[in-house]
Design a protein around this ligand. Structure first.
Ligand code: AMP
Ligand code: GLY
Length: 417
């Protein structure tokens, strides 16, 4: 099969690596891809939101399947667009991807189906939101932009001043564009954060090993939220009991609820969970593989990824068996110095001779005059599969300084807590 992967991050690099391994895949293309993906796939300079160009390219190249990995084209309906024109596409249609595309939708959906999540209110009027935050007078307060905001649309306000300024920034200054026209103000949950990704054809659901992301920019969960600075799998503190509860109260009702509402979800669904002392609650849904969770999890997958994708496309996920290595998947991101703020791109990258047990995924890289340069906030991701967390940590952190570019920065505490 000829497969086109949409996206350009570490997640897409990890997906491409798995697809390249599949005997079912003859040719791999990426749109737009990055300098790491270039070794595996033919790159095109089409952007993920250029639906018509993606369609034309797919027709011209005879693409058998388009794998849509990022949030924007999923929420924007690329899968619908391609399917309606006779091109097979992997990922949820827009009516299902809305569970990520609109937090107001996903909160109301959870309420309708009795799925545990933080209590919330939604606002489109900044003055009403401010009035509510003052009246509520409980901190930290969680303020979320309704729409997609590159993983940065959540502000945990420590006091009234922070909260009001976040509301002004989102709703009036539109720092996240239209994504902040509507906001959610919700209860602050405490506990352990766990990510559960799952394959689903809309009926059958196969959870992958659990994982833990590290959203904050700096060590010990300090600083602003990022797309994620490192991850490991399986998550710590996700007990068998919590797993059972999550399946029963969250995963099954979500898939069933979506189907009942005519939003059958086919693809990879992401459950961002908080294991609290009052049970497991949903922090967020995503409609795709997480990044960087994928760079920690996919290396553990033993089954052919393409076989799983085909089973989902053919509505017979129940007919296959999915196997994983029972080891630790672990990864750390090397980011640009000013990430998650505005970043300068184009710094030359040098990479020393890395230990063979490290897989280096490219997140934001490009080639300029034949040389590797930075091309985004998250730049590279060092990943390994180990027998223990200590072994994984030791290896990755002993190799990470072989990566250098101006301002390169990483968290030193992944897997420590
Ligand atoms: P989200 O984009 O919704 O995953 O939020 C980003 C991060 O903000 C999460 O990974 C959590 O660390 C944090 N967060 C979001 N919602 C809550 C909440 N209700 N209580 C505590 N932390 C939260
Ligand atoms: N790592 C969080 C996300 O992919 O949204």
């Amino acid at each position: 099969m000829k497969v086109l992967v949409i996206g350009s991050g570490g997640r897409e690099h990890a997906i491409c690596m798995k697809l390249k391994d599949s005997p079912l895949v003859s040719d791999l293309f990426a749109c737009p891809g990055n300098a790491g993906i270039e070794g595996l796939a033919k790159l095109t300079d089409i952007k993920p939101m250029e639906f018509e160009k993606i369609y034309d390219f797919s027709r011209k190249e005879g693409i058998d399947l388009v794998f849509v990995a990022p949030d924007d084209p999923l929420a924007g309906g690329l899968v619908n667009y391609l399917e309606e024109r006779g091109i097979n596409a992997f990922g949820p249609r827009a009516e299902a991807a809305i569970i990520e595309g609109s937090k107001a939708f996903s909160k109301a959906f959870m309420k309708r189906h009795n799925i545990p999540t933080a209590d919330y209110e939604e606002f489109t009027d900044v003055n009403k939101a401010i009035e509510y935050i003052k009246m509520r007078n409980k901190y930290p307060a969680v303020i979320k932009a309704d729409g997609l905001a590159l993983g940065k649309g959540v502000i945990i306000a420590e006091d009234e001043k922070d909260a009001i300024s976040a509301l002004h920034e989102m709703m009036e200054c539109k720092v996240f564009g239209d994504a902040g026209s509507k906001v959610i103000i919700e209860e602050y949950l405490t506990g352990r954060e766990v990510t559960v990704l799952a394959f689903t054809d809309g009926e059958t659901i196969y959870p992958m090993p659990s994982s833990q992301d590290h959203k904050k920019a700096f060590d010990y969960d300090k600083g602003p939220n990022t797309g994620g600075m490192g991850a490991f799998s399986p998550a710590i503190g996700y007990t068998k009991g919590a797993e059972r509860e999550t399946l029963e109260k969250i995963i099954f009702p979500t898939i069933k609820g979506l189907k009942e509402e005519g939003r059958k979800f086919k693809g990879v669904i992401y459950f961002g969970l908080m294991v609290t002392d009052k049970g497991v609650k949903v922090i967020e849904y995503n409609a795709r593989f997480g990044d960087p969770e994928t760079e920690a999890i996919l290396p553990l997958l033993k089954t052919d990824l393409m076989e799983i994708i085909l089973a989902i496309m053919n509505d017979n996920l129940a007919s296959i068996n999915i196997e994983w290595e029972s080891k630790i998947g672990f990864c750390v991101i090397v980011a640009s110095g000013t990430y998650p703020g505005k970043v300068i791109k184009g710094f030359p990258i040098s990479i020393g001779d890395l230990d063979k047990r490290i897989t280096l995924f490219h997140c934001g890289t490009a080639k300029k005059d034949g040389k590797l340069v930075t091309n985004g906030g998250r730049v590279l991701c060092l990943s390994t599969v180990s027998n223990s967390m200590d072994e994984a940590r030791e290896l990755v952190y002993s190799e990470i300084n072989k990566i250098s570019f101006e301002g390169a920065r990483y968290r030193t505490d992944i897997g420590k807590k």
